[in-house]
Ligand binder design. Structure first.
Ligand code: VGL
Ligand code: ZN
Length: 184
């Protein structure tokens, strides 16, 4: 069984938001299409308290319940089966979706007999990368859908490095799974 995991596709990571991936809007229609191909769709949300050590590194973003924390209106969010909340404490960054505090993601995936995890979303260098590395560590066959993933581009070179790190850790980078015959 395969599942789609959409990482942090939230207003604050899109143009006009507090910490935008400059080309983030490009992935919304791609993700809308992808969701049709999966029986189990999970989406993580960065869900920070008002004050957090995380905001020593980053502008204030994705404060729980704020407009910036919401899914963009253009995302067909009714197709999401499970929302994960992460970065919920003020103690650390909580980049990885496997650090969700409302559910134990490993348990959920095991219960649903998910063996193949397809990851996409925002942002390549941080939450997508950390989620992918944790997925591999936990033994899931992990794909990253490149044309449904965008970078925040905070530091030059980090985006390329993130793709390399994910690839070298064992992630399979796919471009558009519809055209690779993997979506059946
Ligand atoms: C993220 C920076 C800070 C992300 C979250 O979703 O990639 N990046 N918080
Ligand atoms: Zn954050």
């Amino acid at each position: 069984m395969k599942a789609l995991l959409i990482v942090d596709l939230q207003n604050d990571f899109l143009p006009g938001g507090a910490l935008p991936a400059p080309d983030g809007n490009n992935i919304i229609p791609v993700v809308n299409n992808l969701m049709e191909d999966f029986h189990f769709v999970i989406a993580s949300k960065d869900w920070h308290p008002n004050e957090s050590v995380h905001f020593e590194k980053w502008p204030v973003h994705c404060v729980r319940g704020s407009l910036g924390s919401k899914f963009p209106a253009a995302l067909k969010s009714k197709n999401i089966d499970l929302v994960l909340r992460k970065g919920t404490e003020d103690t650390d960054d909580g980049y990885s979706a496997f650090e969700a505090t409302n559910v134990n993601l490993v348990d959920v995936l095991n219960e649903r007999e998910v063996t193949e995890l397809y990851v996409c979303g925002l942002t390549t260098e941080y939450c997508v990368k950390e989620t992918v590395l944790d997925a591999i560590k936990n033994g899931f066959k992990t794909f990253v859908i490149k044309n449904a993933t965008e970078a925040v581009k905070a530091n030059p070179g980090d985006e390329e490095k993130a793709w390399k790190v994910m690839y070298e850790a064992g992630a399979v980078i796919v471009d558009d799974i519809k055209y690779n015959g993997l979506s059946a």
